[in-house]
Design a protein around this ligand. Sequence first.
Ligand code: ZN
Length: 475
Amino acid sequence: MKKFLPLSALLFLGASTLLAQESKDDVLKDLDAKTKKYGEIAHNIWDFAEMGYLEEQSSGLLQKTLADAGFTVKKGIAGIPTAFVAEYGSGYPVIAILGEFDALPGLSQQAVPEKVSAGKAAGHACGHHLFGTASTAAAISVKDWLKSNKIQGTIRFYGCPAEEGGSGKVYMVREGVFNDVDIALHWHPGAANAASAGAALANKSAKFRFHGVSAHAAGAPDKGRSALDGVEAMDMMVNMMREHIPQDTRIHYVITNGGKAPNVVPDFAEVYYYARHFSREVVTDIFDRIVKAAEGAALGTGTTMEYEMIGGTHELLPNLTVQKIMYDNLTKVGGVTYTEEEKAFGEKISKTLGKETLDLATAENIQPYKESAQAYGSTDVGDVSFTVPTAGLGAATWVPGTPAHSWQAVAAGGMSIGTKGMMVAAKTIALTAIDIFQNPDTVKAAKAELEERRGKDFKYVPMLGNRPPALDYRK
Ligand SMILES: [Zn+2]
């Protein structure tokens, strides 16, 4: 139940909220004051642990938070029910803050420093519950700042589903929903605080499906043709191919269906592949060779094969014009300080990572700025970065040394260490957006840099082609 306050109290509260947002320091104080609120939102999404394109509650909670704060929300973007854009303000410049909220299959974990499943189908092992929430917090505080200072411009939050393999942002880029954006800001949970120029591998993924003939595996094996043989022959050839592909290529697969019982020759089998490299041309070439291996495997095993493109992302294009502003603001915000309880949690996690001591300095400090970086992951932010000048940061939401996609990442992300790191990101992004609103010339310089980096003849071609969103890829 709501308590009713006297009118004078409401006026006073209204006035103080407005005053509280006039300077950058006020914005920081305001975000500090809302740490508990945003921590609860993040924890709810952590608890929902919804996988790509199934994030109805997670997306809904962020939509509601933004709508309650005065944003206009449009959902169901680009044919994706959980994709949305929330907007406040009008006119130039248009600054987009990206947010994600999907969990990873099979990584359910409680918020404790030992491996204990929470009994769910998925877990937030990439911290996207923090990603979505901190970006929402940043967007709302920028909105408050625009309003108090009566500054013109548009702040948008992009609710981006299915980053983990679903390439949600690619469909949004393809649909053109970033076309009128001037700058895009993003971040990612991690084990350190850094705002160097980002890098990521371009990526192409597909599910290869083999069809054979069922028969009794002992009584009539000659009547059968094993779809699993097709998968195994394909995997064999792709594994041999590893010797003859460029360095820094990554190829990985999981057999998602290998038949049901040894005494039945499987008439269906499926293998899910990723191919990655820093250059999308190399990825395309390798992917085409993987398809050839699949065709050869089908031919040799007397099966048939078809494949479905699942995801495809560009590499990440840095924009140093915006990146430097992000770094300066991260330095101003600073890192994370652990309480005694958090130290005890961190020490236990460190031991599970094979480390004798907890590396507190990494959580507390900011990594030195680098103009180039190599990082062996992929992100659909890549496609945004070829469309709009884009900059990002990483914040220490996990115990130092924790790899992404681990139970240790889920554990720290579900407690106060995750919330603290998330607020570093919220603050840094808010201050960076404010800097850009105050110096719109930055937009011109950033756009000139984008033009130069992607080249005159650049034309955006989505790696996943013209397929509709793979809404069922986690089902
Ligand atoms: Zn991620």
